[in-house]
Design a protein around this ligand. Structure first.
Ligand code: GDP
Ligand code: MN
Length: 348
């Protein structure tokens, strides 16, 4: 059914606001977290940091999505920690499960084989449902339809610096649609035929490929092969209308039909990244140097000492991944012909 948002008895509206209310434009935006009940303490750590570093001044909503019902503990704890309205949605079984065109035997053999080869999450069914959900459905959840902008937050992340302005306002004012803080090379074993599927899409839907796209970030040979660069999607600030656009939905549907979410282990990070790279103008993809972030095992600590002092950062600049050889962030700067941020040589 579509009426899958459960009422939240712990949400007092209006809340007693702990920070100063936001001044200026307020965006139609929300935090969004996909989580299980067992993630409650790990997501609590993330919420506390996001609230302390940013949201206590803004009180944006927080949407929690789950393939099962959230329990009372999860709702009670997360509502107590957030400054904005909390909302809890159950995911429709049509959006979390095997589509009927998937050959179950083939999918099972893949999981067994990946288990033998010790590929991370290679034997997991739920991880595949999660990746497919984040790739194709979270933005179409009935609760999410009410919003234009989202900021994705996962359990156990850290924010090391104050966020001194509203990233949603920044995105809107600067005509951005997608953003990242960390980029890296995808584990090839999980996506051997993803690029073949992407090429099929490009052939079938040339009308969706934007002329001034970011192909240069994704491919070193003009699109013949994928270089495996992707934006790490456990952090995203992005535009939901873009994800709901015909271009994005056609892209997702094309990939989905090719079956790689189950016959391989396609992640939502390369899927979102390739979509951003081909369906957006490259100027619509933003790198937030000033949002300091950690998700195991990588850190983005802002380049530039003055930035770190101004924003009261507590990350060690030596941990910054950006100028490491396994990061793709330098390629993003090169593609946009941007000078590398001041101080990057000292911090690589
Ligand atoms: P990793 O970051 O790739 O190691 O994967 P995570 O375990 O962090 O999962 C990514 C996101 O999906 C996190 O927000 C998890 O809480 C969430 N998640 C993963 N698996 C499930 C699941 O089976 N059910 C639900 N409801 N959420 C899940
Ligand atoms: Mn995670």
């Amino acid at each position: 059914s579509q009426s899958n948002s459960s009422p939240n008895p712990y949400s007092s509206t209006p809340k007693v606001l702990s920070g100063k209310p936001a001044s200026g434009a307020r965006m139609n935006a929300t935090f969004v977290t996909l989580a299980r009940n067992s993630d409650v303490w790990e997501i609590s750590r993330s919420i506390r940091q996001v609230e302390d570093r940013f949201n206590h001044n803004y009180n944006y909503d927080w949407v929690f999505l789950n393939d099962a019902e959230f329990d009372d503990t999860f709702k009670k704890v997360t509502t107590a920690l957030t400054s904005g309205r909390t909302r809890y949605g159950k995911i429709d079984s049509e959006h979390w499960g095997f589509p009927d065109f998937i050959d179950q035997d083939k999918a099972r053999k893949v999981r067994e084989d990946m288990h033998e080869r010790k590929i991370i999450y290679g034997d997991s069914i739920s991880y595949r449902h999660m990746c497919r959900y984040e790739s194709g459905f979270f933005f179409r959840h009935p609760i999410m339809l009410e919003y234009e902008w989202y900021w994705r937050v996962e359990p156990s992340i850290e924010l090391f610096c104050d966020v001194a302005y509203d990233p949603f306002v920044f995105m809107a004012e600067n005509k951005k649609k997608y953003s990242f803080v960390l980029s890296l090379y995808e584990y090839v074993e999980t996506i051997p035929t993803l690029w073949d599927s992407v090429k099929g899409f490009m052939k079938q839907h040339p009308e969706h490929i934007v002329p001034d796209n970011a192909m240069e970030f994704l491919s070193d040979d003009g699109g013949n092969t994928y270089n495996h660069c992707h934006f790490w999607s456990n952090f995203e600030v992005g535009n939901l209308d873009w994800l709901r656009s015909k271009a994005y939905v056609d892209f997702f549907d094309h990939l989905d039909k090719d079956g790689g979410f189950f016959y391989e282990r396609w992640g939502d990070a390369p899927v979102h990244s390739i979509a951003a790279g081909l369906l957006l103008n490259k100027s619509e993809i933003h790198f937030f140097n000033d949002i300091a972030y950690y998700h195991v095992p990588f850190t983005h600590c802002p380049t530039g000492e003055q930035t770190r002092l101004d924003l009261k950062c507590h990350c060690n600049p030596k941990d910054n991944f950006d100028w490491n050889g396994y990061s793709c962030t330098k390629r993003y700067f090169e593609m946009n012909k941007l000078p590398l941020p001041e101080g990057y040589e000292k911090e690589q």
